[in-house]
Design a protein around this ligand. Structure first.
Ligand SMILES: NCc1[nH]cc(CCC(=O)O)c1CC(=O)O
Length: 349
């Protein structure tokens, strides 16, 4: 099959048309407003949620009214436990469990997530109904002292010998240590603003963040060294916002599905399938990044050891509608070529 890719704007127009035609929340809907949306309470989560609600109301005139939505801020384990590395708390559902429970109990109608923080296996009665257009997937380094000039071909060389990097992600740590074994890492958790404040206070010499988060918070000027995927492979789903809903809520599923970005659906399907094969908890450094090039889906995956002494990349291209199979295949290649002890570490208690 030949897949013709439309530019994102055209895709959205097609989706809007579909949304208008669908019976989703038309005048005949018996659903009562407001729609209740679940979100984490961090500034980034709230910006993402409000952005999504704008999009949704833009395409569904019944929802133009400000009163159409009610925001439910939900605190998750990942928000409360700020003293441990994500890998130690033991990742799955860390930022979503309480939100899933609110959906299942019918306290909310849908929920907005950073796809990066959403586990690959959702509870059976919930579905990922919508993936929004990807914001930039790249990671950035932010240094306290920006005086050393950056060589784009060797971005990690801009950090001083023995610099202390504040970071809670084993994926970022492993890829930096592979190139700069002299660097030291300390735990830096909390929301984006908190981390930037701690960096400014001297808690560390540098930190790493997703460019997507900085952009959405209007903090893009803080981005110091933008890392290309060749130097730092992003996490599966990084930069993509996804929306979950009850499987049984067909009306909302149809509406949300009609406004999703098909390209974001394809790349996230591939990236999440890869993670799924590797049983991706936060415990082992895993990266996955896909993009659409010339109507083809290109996926690159990474498995590493925490200390960066082992780094493995594998990649494949194929038809976008084979996204899940491509993801599983790259995952299987990574698994096959990774020494068993690295996965042993992954399943340790
Ligand atoms: N776990 C935190 C988190 N989840 C999603 C983002 C960034 C936004 C995105 O990837 O869509 C961040 C912050 C960061 O990694 O810098």
């Amino acid at each position: 099959m030949n897949v013709t890719l439309l530019p994102s704007d055209a895709l959205l127009r097609v989706a809007a048309e579909a949304a208008r035609r669908s019976h989703g929340l038309s005048g005949s809907s018996r659903r009562t407003l407001p729609l209740r949306v679940g979100t984490r309470a961090s500034p980034l989560a709230l910006v993402q949620t409000r952005h999504f609600l704008n999009r949704l109301s833009h395409f569904c005139p019944v929802l133009r009214d400000l009163e159409a939505f009610q925001e439910h801020q939900i605190s998750t384990e990942g928000d409360r436990n700020l003293t441990q590395r994500l890998a130690e708390i033991g990742g799955k559902g860390l930022f979503a469990k309480e939100i899933h429970e609110a959906l299942q109990a019918g306290h909310i109608d849908f929920a907005v997530h950073s796809l990066k923080d959403l586990e690959t296996h959702l509870p059976d009665d919930l579905v990922l109904a919508c993936t929004m257009t990807r914001e930039d997937a790249r990671d950035v380094i932010i240094r306290r002292d920006r005086s050393v000039e950056v060589d784009p071909n060797d971005p990690f060389a801009a950090l001083p010998e023995g610099a202390v990097v504040g970071c809670a992600s084993v994926r970022r740590q492993a890829q930096m240590l592979a190139r700069r074994p002299d660097l030291r890492f300390c735990l830096l958790r909390g929301n984006v603003q908190t981390r930037l404040a701690k960096l400014a206070d001297g808690a560390c010499d540098a930190t790493l963040l997703a460019l997507a988060g900085l952009r959405r918070l209007g903090l893009e000027d803080r981005a110091d060294i933008i890392l290309e995927p060749e130097h730092m492979l992003p996490a599966s789903g990084q930069g993509i916002v996804g929306v979950t809903v009850r499987r049984s809520d067909e009306e909302l599923r149809e509406l949300l599905g009609a406004i999703e970005d098909l390209e974001a659906r394809w790349v996230s399907t591939a990236e999440r399938a890869l993670l799924d094969v590797l049983d991706g908890s936060c415990r082992t450094p895993i990266g996955g990044y896909a993009r659409i090039e010339n109507n083809e889906l290109y996926l690159r995956g990474l498995v590493a050891s925490e200390d960066g002494s082992f780094i493995l990349h594998r990649e494949l291209r194929g038809a976008p509608h084979d996204a899940a199979a491509i993801g599983r295949e790259v995952g299987a290649m990574l698994k096959r070529d990774t020494p068993a002890d690295i996965f042993a570490e992954m399943t340790r208690d």
